[in-house]
Design a binder for this molecule. Structure first.
Ligand SMILES: [Fe+2]
Ligand SMILES: [Fe+2]
Length: 298
């Protein structure tokens, strides 16, 4: 009997997704195995320096080395707080997708597996934040309200596209952070685990969207084309937290970080692969280019 996965995405994409599912089931990481014995002090870095929103600005140049590392600890906690917020949104979207499937559908298993992984990620991010000695940063009430709105009016394709865009934004930072020599060992292990599992999530989202997006009606396609860049922009905003600069007493820090040309260029670079993917499935036709440009995404 044809599964609903195969009905939804076609037999070829269904076969590729099934092989992703098989690979995912064979590889699980246990965040409880993380080693927290090295103190979370300011002898180490917590985020690859190039990914600090403030890097390269006069405000950053003025900070002595130890304060730069302290900033990286707070930025990492804020970034992980944003991660917890976004993973919560996406767990909801995945659970709602699973709600429509029967248990014998391979996609049902994959979605629950992804939910399981995101729950573990949020738990380990929370563990870092609780141990890091920083406030429990999270996106502002205004961004959280936007998240709730997306929850109510986002279509399934909008969600998968937003998940992909967000994972691309975070991927550059997590990948560089686990590879950087000076990163604290617990964070290094955490980021490595996250990078590996997220690559699987991104591979699935790409397969799914490649099969489903072109088959949407005109309205559904335009809804996503206009809506997704706005959701991704919300996430970009959530990656620069004014609270960090207030807590650390860096005057003008938020403004400098937000306007930092180096940060802006990096966002575009991180999103280049996502933009190219969107263009390849018809999600970013030339008419949408001004929107991407105005929002600083391309
Ligand atoms: Fe995650
Ligand atoms: Fe993910």
């Amino acid at each position: 009997m044809e599964s609903s996965l195969s009905r939804e995405v076609g037999p070829e994409a269904a076969a590729r997704i099934e092989s992703l599912i098989a690979a995912a089931e064979g590889k699980r990481f246990d965040p409880a195995s993380l080693d927290w014995s090295v103190p979370l002090d300011d002898a180490a870095w917590y985020m690859a320096e190039e990914w600090l929103p403030l890097v390269g600005t006069p405000e950053y140049q003025r900070l002595p080395p130890e304060e730069r590392r302290r900033l990286s600890r707070h930025e990492a906690a804020a970034m992980l707080g944003t991660g917890v917020w976004f993973e919560n949104l996406l767990i909801n979207a995945l659970a709602r997708h699973a709600y429509n499937l029967t248990v014998d559908d391979p996609l049902f298993r994959f979605l629950l597996l992804e939910v399981e992984e995101e729950c573990r990620h949020s738990n380990m991010f929370g563990e870092f934040i609780r141990r890091s000695g920083t406030p429990p940063y999270r996106p502002s009430w205004w961004l959280r309200l936007q998240g709730k709105g997306y929850w109510l009016i986002g279509s399934r394709c909008v969600f998968y596209l937003s998940i992909l865009g967000t994972e691309e934004i975070l991927h550059g930072m997590t990948d560089a952070t686990w590879k950087a020599e000076a990163t604290h060992p617990a964070l290094k292990a955490m980021m490595r685990l996250h990078t590996i599992e997220e690559q699987r999530h991104m591979a699935f989202a790409r397969e799914y969207l490649r099969a489903v997006f072109p088959r949407l009606g005109l309205l559904g396609r335009w809804y996503a084309r206009l809506f997704v860049p706005i959701v991704v922009y919300t996430v970009v905003q959530a990656c620069v937290d004014p609270e960090v600069y207030r807590t650390l007493g860096i005057p003008g820090g938020f403004r400098a970080a937000w306007q930092n040309p180096r940060r802006r260029a990096r966002v575009k670079k991180d999103l280049a692969r996502f933009h190219a993917f969107c263009a390849s499935i018809g999600m970013a036709p030339p008419a949408t280019a001004p929107l991407w440009r105005i929002l600083g995404l391309a």
